[in-house]
Design a protein around this ligand. Structure first.
Ligand code: PMP
Ligand code: GLU
Length: 397
């Protein structure tokens, strides 16, 4: 008998990983698929980071680490936050976790009681609403369409806050839209949040370094809300280290302590060797980060120009991350004579099965009129993907 809890039964599976798996299955059958589904840098982890991991193994970093992470890594995070973000934290205000994903989930679990509302500017990453639901909270979706570059404004935020609002989760640069909140935009959101003392801010900055406007801004820089912000970041995207699974939270000590307790029962301190590698990443030369960033920017220019040539695609000009989120409902209701495309998910499946290009339907991100393409892949593959997308979509009438 299957005895799955209601909690897990209600949980949606990750749409990003589901499409990545489908794409992988097709490739395993020998089909040449261009995979633009899952979002992870296609670069290798820089050599100086790999060397630090070899060294850690040789030096027998093989025992349990402290639950919040090695002090030397938390020091490296404190220095990074000072150096790159002009933010002051102590090591006691930093918690290392198994990816930024666990840092986010820790924060939600530690903050949200059943029935509490959590504001999610949408489109948002697929895991946010599911994390909130896991905690028994209620996701409150605040929509920002392509006409406002997928960014919410102060009036929308203000209107969504109720006495039940416990937190807001903001991601900039954004997955899935690539939109980046500038200083003035964040400042106007911070002004609203300053008036609502019971609302906590979870600021997901995992794409910090994949930024095409010259600088990253964090909500934690605004003094009036600073003690209610948890900065979430990690090494996955900036250092091409998705598989190493290191993320962190920097925030008020009471929250870090609560997450430490949770993590102590749930996962313990994360992988010792990966922590030493992450320490090297933060402390070492940062040239590789800039090298990868500028490659992403060139690819952004390429993909935006290719997408603008596709009839029925409407796109913004993403200022960060490595995603394009075209509005494509023009195709809904059209058919190639065999199957009818009714939804973004149908369109993503059609592109995969007929065009052999893997994307992700927008519904799981809160935008059923869009699909997401990750351009963390080579220029040749991006060009080939768009050749296929164009040919495949031309068959729909
Ligand atoms: N936040 C966002 C918006 C992401 O896209 C990702 C990538 N999966 C994460 C957090 C989690 O990153 P990590 O690999 O460090 O868990
Ligand atoms: N952030 C990536 C994505 O959105 C990785 C997959 C995931 O964790 O959802 O595709």
């Amino acid at each position: 008998m299957e005895q799955i809890s209601d909690r897990v039964r209600r949980l949606a599976a990750s749409a990003t990983f589901a499409m990545a798996q489908k794409s992988g299955e097709l490739s395993a059958q020998g089909v040449d698929v261009v995979n633009m589904s899952v979002g992870e840098p296609d670069f290798n982890t820089p050599d100086y980071i790999k060397k630090a991991a070899f060294k850690a193994i040789e030096e027998n970093y093989s025992k349990y680490s402290p639950v919040p992470g090695y002090l030397s890594l938390r020091d490296a995070v404190v220095n990074k936050l000072k150096r790159e973000n002009s933010l002051d934290y102590t090591p006691a205000q930093v918690l290392i976790s198994t990816g930024a994903k666990q840092s986010l989930c820790n924060a939600v679990m530690a903050l949200v009681n059943p029935g509490d509302e959590v504001i999610l500017p949408s489109p948002c990453w697929v895991s946010y609403p599911e994390m909130v639901k896991l905690a028994g909270g209620v996701p409150v979706i605040v929509r920002a369409g392509i006409e406002q570059d997928f960014k919410i404004n102060a009036a929308q935020l203000e209107a969504a806050i109720t006495p039940k609002t416990r937190a807001v989760m903001i991601c900039s640069p954004s997955n899935p839209t690539g939109s980046v909140y500038g200083r003035d935009e964040l400042s106007s959101l911070a002004e609203v949040l300053e008036r609502h003392q019971n609302v906590f801010i979870i600021s997901d900055e995992i794409y910090e370094h994949i930024n095409f406007i010259g600088g990253h801004e964090s909500l934690a820089q605004f003094g009036g809300i600073r003690d209610r912000v948890a900065v979430i970041n990690g090494v996955s995207k900036a250092y091409a280290m998705t598989g190493w699974r290191i993320g962190f939270m920097a925030g008020p000590e009471w929250l870090v302590k609560a997450c430490n307790k949770l993590q102590g029962q749930y996962t313990s301190g994360t992988c010792s060797v990966a922590q030493k590698a992450a320490e090297a990443a933060f402390n070492g030369p940062q040239d590789d980060v800039e090298r990868m960033r500028s490659v992403f920017q060139k690819r952004r220019d390429l993909i935006v120009s290719l997408a603008r040539e596709i009839p029925g695609f409407e796109v913004n000009n993403p200022q960060g991350a490595f995603y394009l989120f075209p509005k494509c409902d023009y195709y809904f209701g059209k058919s190639d004579g065999k199957s009818i495309v009714r939804t973004a998910e149908d369109l993503a499946m059609y592109l995969l099965e007929v065009g052999h290009v893997a994307t992700v339907g927008g519904t799981a991100f809160g935008s059923p009129e869009c699909i997401r393409l990750s351009y963390a892949t080579s220029e040749e593959k991006i060009i080939e993907a768009f050749r296929r997308i164009k040919d495949t979509l031309e068959k729909l009438r």
